[in-house]
Write a protein that binds this ligand. Structure first.
Ligand code: PGA
Length: 232
């Protein structure tokens, strides 16, 4: 299977930045790697005319399909901007109150609307049990069917933006538990790692039993992002 590189730009950048990102990626030639760029909603338009080998994702999605949901964006609207993927349940959203049950509803709406969810799961601190992560995974699996296409990103909350990363052994242990939970339901899922991945540590991390990375901070430096994409 090809590797995935998902770039989560978070709430950064401006029109000028995303225009330059689109330009860089339109001349990039990569094989065997699926690249998903996830800008803030208001800049999705800059990525409307990207090369076919680059996909576009968003960083959140509404839990409703249409109607009385002030301030939210539905998968149907996102489809008009060629969005194929949706990051859901990022820890920065869980921190402001997004619960497992809301994440579950968003995943269901995204799937019904034809988007592939990239669900972020991860423990709060280094001593938290793996069961905390599996609880987040199981909750989402409740709304998946055998044919569902879904991506999980294991992102330890303590590793996001901190410069700290788990050992490969720890990542493998958690990913193994996630894959076991998924396989029990006979669902085929991709499993990524995210949290302080950069151009210096990605070669070590890619040795883990993962299908690629969810990248945050390093995505803002397009040259480094491309270095990782080519290296992977
Ligand atoms: P980071 O963020 O790479 O800056 O740690 C990853 C993420 O939040 O998805």
């Amino acid at each position: 299977m090809h590797k995935f590189i998902v770039a989560n730009y978070k709430m950064n950048g401006d029109c000028k930045f995303y225009k330059s990102v689109a330009k860089e990626f339109n001349t990039l030639e990569v094989k065997d790697t699926k690249i998903v760029l996830c800008p803030p909603f208001v800049y999705l338009n800059e990525f409307k005319k990207l090369n076919k080998n680059i996909s576009v994702g968003c960083q959140d999605v509404s839990c409703c399909a249409v109607g009385k949901c002030t301030g939210q964006i539905s998968p149907i609207m996102l489809g008009e901007f060629n969005v194929q993927y949706a990051i859901i349940g990022h820890s920065e959203r869980r921190e402001i109150g997004e619960t497992n049950s809301l994440v579950e509803r968003k995943v269901k709406t995204a799937l019904d609307g034809g988007l592939i969810p990239i669900v972020c799961v991860g423990e709060l601190n280094k001593k938290s049990p793996i069961s905390d992560v599996i609880e987040q995974v199981e909750s989402v699996l409740n709304v998946c069917e055998q044919s569902t296409k879904i991506i999980f990103a294991y992102e330890p909350v303590w590793a996001i933006g901190s410069g700290e990363i788990p050992t490969n052994a720890k990542i493998n242990k958690v990913v193994k538990a996630i894959k076991k939970a998924i396989l029990k339901r006979k669902i085929e899922a991709v499993c990524l790692y995210g949290g302080s991945v950069n151009e210096k540590n990605y070669q070590k991390l890619i040795q883990c039993d993962i299908d690629g990375f969810l990248l945050g901070g390093v995505s803002l430096k397009t040259d480094k992002l491309i270095e990782i994409i080519k290296g992977v």
